[in-house]
Design a protein around this ligand. Structure first.
Ligand SMILES: C[S@@+](CC[C@H](N)C(=O)[O-])C[C@H]1O[C@@H](n2cnc3c(N)ncnc32)[C@H](O)[C@@H]1O
Length: 261
């Protein structure tokens, strides 16, 4: 079971996602537990203030350290009393890039995940100094808050928990399970606006379908993310398919002057 606590100023950004689709089902099946805590509940003043202007001036508001530190202490105290340990994650554009391997690492961890969502200009630096959280980035861009990254972490990790997905083979086959993008999918009807399903998928011949999917995965990776194939040890079958894909070139691409297709 994946156990998480999320500390946020905006619980309403987080809970609807947890109440939808696969995450809802995972929670109902007892495979995922997420407690969403409103940071304002850990303030002590009448107005429940959790942010303030930055020292030194500048735009935006900074989240105060004390309510976050208090929240972390109060949330983790009962867990630690029962011997559970807590892994503190802080979504931050300065963090380690999130990836499928990172998601596997979270899913395999027996510790509870405690996710601190920053917002506004960010969080008072003393939170980082006091807690030394694990900073994790969901990409080289700036979001308004850590709520979407928190959901990304929970979503990616929880679907790796045994029993969350109906068919566990999806995890093995999908993009990044191995560093290869996934083959294309088709569903009924067999023809949509003149576009037909590749015949091979209607053949019922499992080995031919497997080979077609493998080649498509290699072809898509070669064209969209060639970096994933760099320095990669390929099987003989994969290498033969890749050589063939390279010979084939990009379908529809203009033929360079003086070359024959
Ligand atoms: C507007 S951002 C603060 C950005 C900060 N002023 C900076 O320039 O690095 C507010 C919060 O959103 C979260 N956040 C924004 N972008 C993120 C990203 N790419 N990955 C993870 N968390 C992010 C962090 O929790 C951050 O504290």
């Amino acid at each position: 079971m994946l156990r998480c606590d999320v500390i946020t100023l905006f619980p309403e950004m987080v809970t609807p996602v947890l109440e939808s689709s696969m995450l809802k089902r995972a929670r109902e099946k007892g495979l995922l537990e997420v407690n969403v805590h409103n940071l304002r509940d850990f303030t002590v003043d009448k107005h429940r203030v959790a942010d303030d202007i930055p020292y030194g001036g500048g735009a935006g508001m900074v989240m105060k350290a004390e309510p976050i530190l208090r929240a972390v202490e109060e949330i983790r105290r009962p867990y630690e009393q029962t011997g559970e340990t807590v892994r503190i994650l802080f979504p931050s554009p300065q963090g380690r890039p999130f990836s499928q391997a990172y998601a596997h690492d979270l899913a395999a961890d027996r510790r509870r995940l405690l996710i601190l969502c920053g917002h506004y200009e960010g969080v008072d630096e003393r939170v980082r100094l006091a807690l030394n959280p694990e900073e994790v980035s969901v990409g080289d861009y700036i979001l308004t808050g850590g709520e979407l990254p928190a959901l990304i972490l929970i979503d990616a990790a929880s679907r790796l928990m045994p029993g969350v997905l109906g068919d566990p083979s999806s995890i093995v086959e999908e993009s990044f399970a191995e560093p290869l993008l996934e083959y294309p999918h088709y569903t009924r009807p067999a023809e949509v606006r003149g576009l037909a399903v590749p015949d091979v998928l209607l053949s019922g011949h499992h080995e031919v379908i497997r080979r077609w999917r493998r080649r498509e995965a290699l072809r898509i990776t070669y064209h969209k993310r060639p970096d994933l194939l760099k320095d990669r040890q390929l099987t003989i079958e994969d290498q033969q398919m890749l050589d063939d894909i390279i010979r084939e070139g990009v379908p529809g691409a203009p033929v360079p002057c003086g070359e024959e297709r």
